[in-house]
Design a protein around this ligand. Structure first.
Ligand code: ZN
Length: 129
């Protein structure tokens, strides 16, 4: 199990693919699975297009639109960020082959910040042989 820290903006998708790939290399696992887990309740992790940066901008806009402006009860005032975290999810897994992530050509791994700026933690676990 490895971990790293991220200093995040107020809101945004941060490409962490290179960092995760580096950890897979270091693990020396040839065949297996890589799990990325975010131990936070107002952030998430997802896989999506890494070619056109407008895609992640559009996803943030869509998530903003999906979460209604309700009279939320949570005293901290960040319930929309909690809801977005649950919509996106807090973990992903990617197959590992030849000591590399089996991502598609246009796939990148994104840390999703919904309530920054903060220092966030990311766990990466590679299991296999
Ligand atoms: Zn809260």
């Amino acid at each position: 199990m490895e971990q790293f820290y991220l200093d995040t903006p107020k809101e945004g998708f941060i490409d962490i693919t290179a960092k995760v790939k580096e950890m897979v290399k270091r693990s020396q696992i040839r065949q297996g699975i890589c799990q990325v887990f975010i131990p936070h309740t107002t952030a998430g992790v997802t896989i999506n297009e890494n070619a056109d940066p407008d895609v992640v901008t559009d996803m943030l806009a869509a998530l903003e639109h999906m979460v209604p402006k309700l009279p939320f009860r949570h005293i901290e005032g960040n319930s929309p960020a909690h809801v977005k975290s649950t919509l996106v999810g807090c973990s992903i897994s990617v197959p590992v082959a030849d000591n590399n992530l089996l991502l598609g050509t246009w796939q990148g791994i994104y840390f999703c910040e919904f309530d920054g700026p903060r220092t966030r933690k990311v766990f990466v676990q590679v299991v296999g042989v």
